[in-house]
Design a protein around this ligand. Structure first.
Ligand SMILES: Nc1ncnc2c1ncn2[C@@H]1O[C@H](COP(=O)(O)OP(=O)(O)O)[C@@H](O)[C@H]1O
Ligand SMILES: [Mg+2]
Length: 258
């Protein structure tokens, strides 16, 4: 098991209860999504898992994270890409930023897979890149330390449709190769296509923990989360005895309707 969280609570300023008795386990190799309304506590959990905010009852790789003896060695194996990913940049050029972070050749390879040409951006300041380019650079840098766990806070925000699909396919491949990923998102299609596990967070509590969150219509509605159109269509067809896979539905509809 990678992560074991037991009875985690967190208070913000003015003793505001931000997390309330949170419990969950995430196995090695899982692609886990945290979903829930803005302000529900998703980022706070990621920051505690990275050891950036204090916590209790967090075990990672079988060791207590908030024990001075373990924290550094655990953190070496986890990477975190902030929602405001430019907060992670320090250098004046992309080239310098990459060189202080790890192997340049590996970085160029990853950037290529993300459709970013290193030669075109190497002389630029990381801060003058577009939103999507910044995010791709931040993810590349996060991967240079060969983490066992990757934490991503809304990584597809600000990416155009094609870039976001490419990034998700790239992350999915890394996950298939064994990387444990925890990602927050507001895009329910990402959850539908890639989640092996989903946690729904509401007002600082885990209100769902399972494999197929889109079965939980009432709960999703209460948490103001939508079921993707494709899933609603597939479920509706299945209720009428027509069992299709996602990729079959377009052909089926065209044949029926045209
Ligand atoms: N530094 C902070 N001090 C006090 N409250 C905070 C701080 N950061 C976040 N919060 C509050 O904690 C709650 C959870 O925030 P957050 O974890 O960012 O939620 P999410 O990522 O789900 O949008 C929100 O009510 C937010 O206003
Ligand atoms: Mg957040």
């Amino acid at each position: 098991m990678s992560i074991f969280v037991e009875d985690l609570s967190y208070e913000g300023e003015n003793k505001k209860k931000i997390l309330k008795n949170v419990n969950f386990k995430i196995n090695t190799g899982e692609y886990c999504f945290f979903i829930g309304e803005t302000g529900s506590g998703k980022t706070t959990i990621l920051e505690i898992l990275m050891g950036l905010l204090p916590g209790n009852g967090v075990e990672i790789f079988g060791k207590e994270l908030f024990n001075k003896k373990n924290k550094r060695s655990i953190q070496k194996n986890i990477s975190y890409v902030f929602q405001r990913c430019e907060a992670q940049f320090f250098e004046t050029t992309v080239e310098k930023e990459i060189k202080i972070s790890g192997d340049l050749r590996k970085a160029v390879e990853i950037l290529n897979l993300l459709s970013l040409d290193y030669d075109e951006i190497k002389g630029k300041s990381p801060f003058e890149l577009s939103g999507g380019e910044k995010r791709k650079l931040a993810i590349t840098i996060a991967l240079l330390k060969n983490p066992k766990i990757l934490l991503l806070d809304e990584p597809t925000i600000g990416l155009d449709g094609r870039s976001s699909a490419e990034l998700m396919e790239f992350l999915w491949k890394l996950n298939k190769e064994g990387l444990t990923i925890i990602q927050t998102t507001h895009i329910m299609e990402e959850v539908m296509n890639y989640a092996t596990k989903t946690l729904v967070i509401k007002d600082g509590e885990v209100v769902y923990d399972g494999k197929d969150v889109f079965k939980e219509k009432i709960l999703l509605n209460r948490c103001r989360l939508d079921i993707p159109f494709e899933r609603r269509l597939l479920d509706g067809l299945a209720e009428k005895g027509i069992n299709l896979k996602g990729e079959e539905v377009e052909k089926f509809l065209l044949e029926k309707l045209c």
